[in-house]
Write a protein that binds this ligand. Sequence first.
Ligand code: SF4
Length: 305
Amino acid sequence: MIKIFIGENSGFCFGVKRAIDKAEEIAKHSKVATLGYVIHNPQAIERLKRKGVQIIEDPNNFRSTDLNGTELVIRTHGVRKEMYEQLKRSGLKFFDATCPFVIRSQRIVEKFSSLGYSVVIFGDPNHPEVVGVVSFSKSKNIFVVRKPEEVDNIPFTRKVIVVSQTTQKLDDFTEVVKKVLQKAFEVRVFNTVCEVTVEAQREAKEIAELSDVVMVVGGKMSSNTDKLYKVCKDLVKSYKIETADEIQQEWIQKAEKIGIVAGTSTPDFIIKDVIRKIEEIKRDSAEIIRIGRKNRFSAEHFEWE
Ligand code: SF4
């Protein structure tokens, strides 16, 4: 019998689950649209569309008059500050599914930039979460860095705060912080890496150490799946896939211990498909071994200052 290792926190995090559940619930009684992609997984998006949920691909470009009678759901990564304000003014009914971890970053940047701090954000400047967080800054002295070396280009400043995009690797964030220390007299660091992501990366490492080969399952656009892939491939042969159909026989032919690591936006039905496909190729049933412990977070746990 083959062994399959799967993390306890594989698949939807509470932030994604809340957004999807809400959109599906509204779709039962009303027209509903999500502002941007609530989830970076094409198969999950297709399923939502089949359930009647419309996706507004560019949240910066919609006309509220076209949406009369449609309820909106704001994606987990949030939107720009102006958009929140526009929505409140528009009179449209909307549910704000911005993840509490992202709201925390938005509030920190807003508060400290108004107190005269420069802001350094570690992340991808084009990622919707980062674009949204940047829009909360009251100061023009805001710098987004993709890697520690980019901190060298930032001018010396008196006081600065450092935050991270929620899905970055904590170790990489630490490297950025070390560099920023050389760039100001006062440096305040806020660890805004999402703890669910940290937990998932820890699990991925454990799974990679136990396995002969790892399938990292998630959308090609999913930032946290990318980070999980990086964690695994440094330790063992790993393949990044979006669906079970991509698994090739030769990848797992000789493996007896197979790891499955899934991003926070990977739906359960895809994880189940991957298990089925592995059993089919191996012509054997699998013993499923869960790794890690279920995280304790839910949206109700958060009450940021
Ligand atoms: S910040 Fe973390 S908990 Fe929130 S949606 Fe992203 S991955 Fe999920």
